[in-house]
Design a binder for this molecule. Structure first.
Ligand code: LMR
Length: 397
């Protein structure tokens, strides 16, 4: 039977990572998958995480199953981190959260819930978006539509195009937005634009689904939640998919959450029951460790302060690297203006390199970046930036 099975193409991001691992070139550079690296090229375990793990090791008394929706304390901290403690959504008890295996798990639970409860509604995603978004929602059986996002001429947001397209969306359609640090472009709406998006969503009765995987990597924890808080107006419904892979460096622990904000407490409870039904038939209940770490850090003033400092350090390093990269590019004699890279937010830079140039970088210099031209800025260091600029100069000439 298996002889009929066709080989699937490698994943456009994780497949590159595999190819990088198999590349024998000692000077190879990996700027593909969105993983933070420090000055030495290492993805560190945060100190606050190590400390929380020590405490957990001593205090853990059981390995029994978690509830279907995961750890109650973790779910509560996730909501507070997004909304702050005083927000109307929390006071009205109209948000429910389920712990999920990573942000991808949250997106898939959201997809299955939407496909089940709102059959036929389309999901609109930005063009471009994270390549796994279409994979996840197609697998869940949701029809996809796109809205323009990137303006090539300005290397900025095509806000007019985006709003024109979203105005065409019928009532009840799902609008996928990146809460901050848009992946892959690194371009986010301004606070005024978020307000317009909030007005449109409310007026047209659309359902916003926010992918919120980089809180703290843009301008700060609170600042990065500003768009989300703008959308969460009284009575507004929304879904939010959180990930703690990047801001806690807990990539391989798969720590995420799906939060559903309903119009009132009773409908929030009904949504929770549906989310639990989806989870039970999928992976039954989530693993505990990563979420216990996040919960421990967020609940302890000292560990929380340590985390915020470590997160600020990661953010500052990435911003420093953006500047270094832009300076080195202009010093290397490349005519093209790359200064826009300094305006982009988060881990990624949308370089403007095309697929042919990306392939040439990989084949001739073992420099790995994603086909869309997306560069993981966090993978650039003092040690590899010159070689990277040399490669870019070569493919541009
Ligand atoms: C990325 O975009 O590189 C990350 O979100 C990792 C992934 O799973 O693709």
């Amino acid at each position: 039977m298996f002889q009929q099975v066709q080989t699937a193409p490698p994943d456009s991001i994780l497949g590159l990572n595999e190819a990088f691992r198999n590349d024998p070139n000692p000077e190879k550079i990996n700027l593909s998958v969105g993983v933070y690296k420090d000055e030495k090229g290492v993805t560190p375990v945060l100190k606050c995480v190590k400390e929380a793990e020590k405490r957990l090791l001593e205090s853990e008394s059981t390995k029994s199953y978690l509830p279907i929706d995961g750890r109650a304390g973790y779910n509560e901290s996730v909501r507070e981190l997004m909304f702050g403690t005083e927000h109307e959504v929390l006071a009205a008890n109209r948000a429910v959260t389920v712990q999920t295996p990573g942000g991808t798990g949250a997106l898939r639970v959201a997809g299955d819930f939407l496909a089940d409860s709102f059959k036929g509604r389309a999901l609109w995603h930005s063009q471009p978006t994270w390549p796994n978004h279409p994979n996840i929602f197609t697998a869940a059986g949701i029809p996809l539509k796109t809205y323009p996002y990137f303006d090539k001429a300005t290397n900025g947001l095509d806000f007019t195009g985006m709003m024109e397209a979203l105005r065409q969306a019928p009532k009840g359609d799902i609008i996928l937005l990146h809460g901050c640090c848009h992946n892959p472009t690194g371009i986010d709406p301004t606070p005024e634009q978020w307000k317009e998006i909030g007005d449109l969503v409310q007026e047209k009765e659309l359902l916003p689904l926010l992918d919120f995987a980089y809180q703290g990597f843009g301008d700060g924890l609170k600042e990065d939640a500003a768009g989300l808080r703008e959308i969460a107006r009284p009575g507004q419904e929304m879904l939010i998919c959180s990930s703690f892979s990047k801001n806690f460096g807990l990539y391989n622990e798969r720590v995420g959450a799906l939060t559903a904000v309903a119009a009132d407490e009773a409908s929030a409870a009904a949504v929770l029951s549906q989310l639990k039904k989806v989870i039970r038939s999928n992976y039954s209940n989530p693993p505990t460790h990563g979420a216990a770490v996040v919960e421990t850090v967020l609940a302890d003033t000292g560990l929380n302060a340590m985390w915020e400092e470590e997160l600020a350090h990661m953010r500052d390093r990435i911003n420093g690297i953006r500047k270094l990269f832009v300076d080195k590019i202009s010093a290397s004699g490349i005519d093209q203006d790359f200064s826009f890279i300094q305006k982009q937010k988060g881990m990624f830079s949308f370089s403007g390199l095309n697929q042919m140039q990306v392939d040439q970088l990989r084949n001739e210099m073992s420099i790995y970046i994603v086909g869309s031209g997306r560069i993981n800025v966090a993978g650039i260091s003092e040690a590899n930036v010159d070689r990277l600029c040399e490669g870019i100069k070569k493919v541009l000439s």
